[in-house]
Design a protein. Structure first.
Length: 215
């Protein structure tokens, strides 16, 4: 299955390369046609998003060692919503939001995305009658000696009561619990109730991580 997934990703990346290579040509042809230019921009944005996701998943599929780099967690949360929506359609509602102007986080983007998707799927699996999952991203200011952290939040609300709801979600993570740590994040349960469970993934800011590495 891993080899099959890798082959599909490789072929998808080839398709994206062809699409990306023709966008500039289309943009030149649409200079004086605003409606077509808007369509070209949408295609360009979709191709860029697809290329970003493909690179994340290819790194994960190859089993490369975790590689910490700057990550836009707002864009990552948005990508996660787009991937989850069709997979959970008709069973669990998925929505996302993120604060604007967030600084970059220091994390392995591929592992972080897969870990967030796994957390959402574990939450979905713990809701036998469906429910809603809300993803969010924000900033956690620190004190004088702490540069602060960034946080990705997942809030799961079940249609019915679930015994040990938060524990069921954590138990459903499997290997993803290790992926969260390898990605550079810390998982915290911030709310536990029979119908609602909320989690946070705490991540260091990129500039803070760099400062600590230089000491």
């Amino acid at each position: 299955m891993g080899e099959l997934a890798g082959g599909i990703l490789h072929e998808f990346n080839n398709i994206l390369t062809v699409v990306s290579g023709t966008i500039d040509i289309l943009a030149l042809a649409a200079v004086e046609r605003p409606q077509l230019a808007a369509v070209v921009r949408l295609v360009d944005e979709a191709a860029s998003r697809g290329a970003r996701l493909t690179s994340y998943f290819q790194a994960f599929e190859r089993g490369q060692p975790p590689r910490c780099r700057e990550v836009d967690i707002g864009a990552l949360v948005s990508d996660a919503e787009r991937l989850l929506r069709p997979a959970l359609e008709g069973q669990t509602e998925v929505r996302s939001s993120a604060a604007t102007g967030l600084p970059a986080a220091a994390a392995d983007p591929g592992l972080l995305l897969v870990a967030l998707l796994s957390l959402a799927m574990a939450a979905h699996g713990a809701m036998p009658h469906g429910g809603a999952i809300a993803l969010d991203a924000g900033d956690l200011p620190g004190g004088e000696n702490d540069g602060g952290h960034l946080v990705i939040m997942l809030d799961a609300t079940s249609q019915g009561s679930v015994d040990n709801f938060a524990k069921r979600i954590v138990d459903g993570l499997g290997m993803a619990e290790a992926w969260i740590e390898q990605a550079g994040a810390q998982l915290r349960i911030v709310r536990q109730a029979s119908r609602n469970a909320a989690f946070e993934l705490h991540l260091p800011r990129a500039n803070l991580a760099s400062a600590l590495a230089e000491r």
